[in-house]
Design a binder for this molecule. Structure first.
Ligand SMILES: Nc1ncnc2c1ncn2[C@@H]1O[C@H](COP(=O)(O)OP(=O)(O)OP(=O)(O)O)[C@@H](O)[C@H]1O
Ligand SMILES: [Mg+2]
Length: 225
């Protein structure tokens, strides 16, 4: 990992306490600390790095204005922006229009839509994904806990990918552990879609590495409006 763009500021580090509740879902309490100081002026210092990126992944533990600025930059530069919208909060369409992949879990999905529920009913996932597409994100990846995930892609494809079945872990997991492999898989899937639609990859993912070595085209062809 290249930490060359990491600055030191005179405040405490951001802290997220992650606990796993009895059903195996994680619950996260965030104290933003230094994350709150990640302003757009910091991004301005590192524009060259952002512009040289093939893909940019962010979430909402930094100020919303910074995420907004990042979305504007990546959109202008035609770089796919992946937004994992955690911690959950309503987002303006102006931001969502700059997002290539929106990857909410169930509670985040409900927050985005202003719903009180914390769960996405199975019969509502398609409709919900369509609403999020209409709000501006080019692709939507709904993370549905033990059910798996539902993808609504810019080119019209709609796919439900069931999860593996396994016992809940008692060890708390860091934020976004599933997003990166999911998107690595999905990014490849933008071209070889069969990787996603094929039979489930078996833990401990021997074939995932193979799948991820496939040629990948990350930059999208045109900027959406
Ligand atoms: N109990 C489970 N059994 C199998 N797979 C699961 C289980 N829980 C989560 N997953 C897988 O992990 C993905 C992400 O989990 P979840 O929907 O809970 O979001 P999340 O906890 O916010 O993830 P992240 O920590 O990556 O942000 C799910 O879409 C599913 O593929
Ligand atoms: Mg998450």
């Amino acid at each position: 990992m290249d930490t060359g763009a990491v600055d030191v500021v005179s405040t405490s580090s951001g802290i997220a306490q992650i606990i796993t509740e009895e059903k195996g879902e994680n619950v996260i309490v965030v104290a933003p600390g230094a994350n709150a100081q990640l302003t757009f002026s910091y991004l301005e210092k590192h524009l060259a790095l952002i512009r040289s990126s093939s893909i940019v992944l962010t979430q909402l533990e930094i100020p919303l204005e910074t995420v907004d600025y990042l979305a504007a930059v990546t959109r202008k530069e035609n770089i796919p922006l992946v937004l994992d919208p955690a911690p959950a909060q309503p987002l303006p369409s102006s931001l969502l229009k700059g997002v290539e992949w929106l990857t909410p879990n169930e509670s985040e999905t409900c927050s985005l839509l202003g719903l009180e529920s914390q769960d996405v009913p199975a019969d509502a996932m398609k409709e919900i994904a369509e609403i999020l597409l209409q709000r501006g994100s080019r692709n939507v990846l709904l993370k549905l806990g033990k059910r798996g995930c539902y993808l609504a892609l810019a080119d019209g494809r709609r796919v439900f990918v069931p999860a593996y079945t396994f016992a809940p872990l008692t060890r708390p997991q860091p934020a976004m552990p599933s997003t990166v492999p999911l998107l690595q898989r999905c990014s490849k899937v933008m071209i070889p879609f069969d990787v996603l639609c094929g039979p489930p990859l078996s833990p401990p993912f021997p074939s995932l590495a193979k799948a991820l070595n496939r040629p990948c085209r990350l930059r999208r062809k045109s900027v959406h409006s």
